[in-house]
Design a protein around this ligand. Sequence first.
Ligand code: SAM
Length: 235
Amino acid sequence: MRIDVLTLFAEMFTGVLGASILARAQAAGKVDYHLTDIRRFTTNKHGKVDDRPFGGGPGMVMTCQPLWDAVAAVEQEDPRKATRIVMSPQGEPFTQRIAEELASAERLLLIAGHYEGIDERVIERLAPRQISIGDYVLSGGELPAMVLIDAVVRLIPGVLGDDESAIHDSFSPGAGRLLDHPHYTRPRAWQGMEVPDVLIGGDHAEIEKWRKAQARQRTKKLRPDLLTDHEDEDI
Ligand code: SAM
């Protein structure tokens, strides 16, 4: 997969894309990150990429031209068709299901806004998917883009080893789209708290049953919205 990010703050990505699973995925040839500074494409002689809003009001708005030209130039670099995504608090809420869907794309092109946002006309012309990482407002689309990249890249086949498989994580199909069960490791007793006996016994069918029950209980307690009416009856 190729992932392009169009941003005014490319330097924000260095640490996140250069460490841990995201870096390993690139080293293994599973993904290629390409960061593009939108400012490089402005035709404004002062290097401006924003301007005051028509109608007045606070803040600045990202202008159409630099972003439009940046998208055109970057898309030409590779014949694979890019899924265009603008990070926006007004977009569809990002979920594990969307991450799964995007993990099979050949190419993603993420656009990070800044200031008050992006001139609506260029969004209309680009006709991207718009994705929000939650009902709160951040200063820019860079952190949301990194969140999306992390959630998607770990789902690309072969990125996580078998030991780390994502299939049983919370919200994932292997967890029945519920929350994950609790996890324990050594030591067996810590500050007077024992690991549940069933996990020590070696009876894999019992362990599986216990984990499923735990997952359902904590989902009911912490995130009842994840349970369908039918599932709720089984508890
Ligand atoms: N005026 C905009 C509004 O109220 O909808 C907010 C603009 S925000 C300060 C600047 C940029 O940050 C946005 O263009 C978007 O790219 C990004 N952003 C902020 N919060 C976000 C969120 N929850 N999800 C995705 N992107 C977000």
